[in-house]
Design a protein around this ligand. Structure first.
Ligand code: SF4
Ligand code: SF4
Length: 456
């Protein structure tokens, strides 16, 4: 990679040259305790990603984001798109958690848990180290430039195979392993759309991880761009101790502890120099911490010239995770989680939507009786089958009938039907009469719906 001047990082990302062309980042493989920790966490998360769609709890998927059927299984709990207030609250909790985590711990998500980093650094880049070497072992010191044709093609073939596998894992989260198996094993003509999506996604992943790579983080990811407003002097991040390191001097016995060897830059997957301070391209992967510690060991200086610390920590030696911003976000998060727990606890297992049949007002059946026709959608959000009987509450002389005769709902089942309500003239309170309908399973009242009955 062409070396940047000390000030170029102020004008453009380090993986772009002065003419706007991309500079390929050939990061070396780091070595050290942070790399080991990160590998352990990363492979555990990847294992979860692969295994979770296969797990079941009481016959329900453990994790399934079934957008097509508007239902979601999260840790075995079924949430329907109709539970909009719960989904909105879950989203709010996730957003505030990310903000809080970023305010306190910086971009831990990017380096340790983001799928883009996990797949690129722990899967694709490791395959690349196998084929091209990592410079450390001297197998291919110029990165991609001197690869043999055969090695290059073999690596691309492995990348394509891995991309197809990644696509299958991704699809399982949205359609489940059973449906995926059908797409793979049944004739292509039966699953033309599913198969086309699979092929398109496989090539998309291949393009991302084989070619586009770290540019997802440096050019596109909106989260990286939020750092400027989220981080403050007390946020923990990967930071270079400029007080200890400066002035840089290649002579160990002179200047600060940094010997300007640029080993920290050589392992950086986004190609930046952490000594330039906090940058949006830094994904907090800790590779530079490990690499600099190896250098410190060799030259007999204390470890952690680059470390997890806050600007305040480097500047004054004082660190504090508690500050007004982190306390305020924590309070909001606790409040939201309490509200989420409360609303989830009050969630009913039945959802009923009732609307008037199109183009109808009321019908006069005889001089004393009127009827209204409605459309109704019953939804069973529970794990047991239900037979429901609708009854008019408050008006004992009224009658309700269901178009198909009865309401039978399997677990996760829906039934769309017609509902006819008949009321005596004496029960009407005007042109619109408010009525309540109770839905019973045996003697147990499961849900109550209100609507208006139109009369003359
Ligand atoms: S690895 Fe450490 S000593 Fe070498 S340039 Fe980076 S900060 Fe300085
Ligand atoms: S500067 Fe260090 S922590 Fe940041 S991306 Fe580069 S190697 Fe990772």
């Amino acid at each position: 990679m062409e070396k940047n001047s000390d000030q170029d990082f102020r004008d453009r990302p380090d993986n772009i040259d002065a003419s706007g062309q991309r500079k390929w980042v050939n990061a070396r493989q780091p070595k050290g305790k942070w790399y080991q920790r990160r590998s352990f966490v990363g492979y555990t998360l990847l294992l979860f990603l692969v295994v979770a769609p296969f797990l079941k709890i009481q016959g329900h998927p453990f994790m399934l984001l079934d957008i097509l059927n508007r239902r979601f299984f999260i840790f075995g709990q079924m949430v329907f798109a109709e539970d909009t207030y719960i989904l909105a609250m879950v989203m709010a909790v996730i957003v505030v958690s990310i903000v809080l985590f970023t305010v306190v711990f910086g971009r831990v998500w990017c380096g340790w848990a983001c799928p883009q980093t996990l797949f690129l650094e722990l899967v694709y880049r490791r395959i690349e180290f196998l084929f091209d070497g990592n410079g450390r072992k001297g197998k291919d010191k110029k990165g991609g430039a001197e690869k043999s044709q055969f090695r290059f093609i073999a690596k691309q073939v492995v990348f394509i195979i891995i991309s197809i596998l990644v696509t299958n894992v991704f699809l399982m989260w949205f359609i489940g392993p059973e449906q995926l198996l059908k797409i793979i094993t049944e004739p292509i003509s039966d699953h033309l759309i599913g198969f086309s999506i699979m092929i398109a996604l496989s090539f998309f992943y291949y393009w991302i991880y084989a070619y586009f790579r770290e540019q997802v983080c440096t050019l596109f990811c909106p989260y990286g761009r939020m750092q400027g407003v989220l981080l403050d002097n007390n946020s923990i991040s990967v930071i270079y101790d400029y007080k200890r390191g400066e002035p840089r001097n290649p002579k160990v016995s002179e200047g600060g502890d940094c010997i300007n060897c640029r080993q920290c830059v050589s392992v950086c997957p986004t190609g930046i120099d952490i000594r330039n301070g906090s940058q949006l391209e830094c994904i907090h992967c800790t590779a530079c911490i490990d690499e600099c510690n190896l250098v410190m060991k060799k030259i007999g200086k204390p470890y952690n010239l680059i470390r997890y610390d806050s600007f305040q920590g480097v500047e004054s030696g004082k660190r504090s995770l508690l500050n007004p911003r982190s306390i305020a976000y924590t309070a909001v998060l606790v409040l939201l989680m309490m509200m989420l727990g409360f609303t989830a606890g009050r969630r009913t297992t039945i959802d009923v939507t009732l609307w008037r049949a199109q183009g109808t007002l009321y019908q006069q059946l005889d001089p004393e009786t009127y009827s209204n026709i409605y459309q109704v959608m019953f939804l069973n959000k529970g794990s047991e089958s239900l037979e429901l009987t609708p009854k008019l509450l408050d008006i004992p002389t009224g009658e309700i009938s269901i178009g198909s005769g009865k309401v039978l709902l399997p677990p996760d089942g829906k039934q769309k039907d017609a509902m006819i309500i008949k009321l005596k003239k004496s029960s009407l309170t005007g042109r619109e009469t408010a009525i309540r309908i109770g839905l019973y399973s045996g003697d147990q009242l499961k849900e109550t719906v209100t609507t208006n009955f139109l009369g003359p």
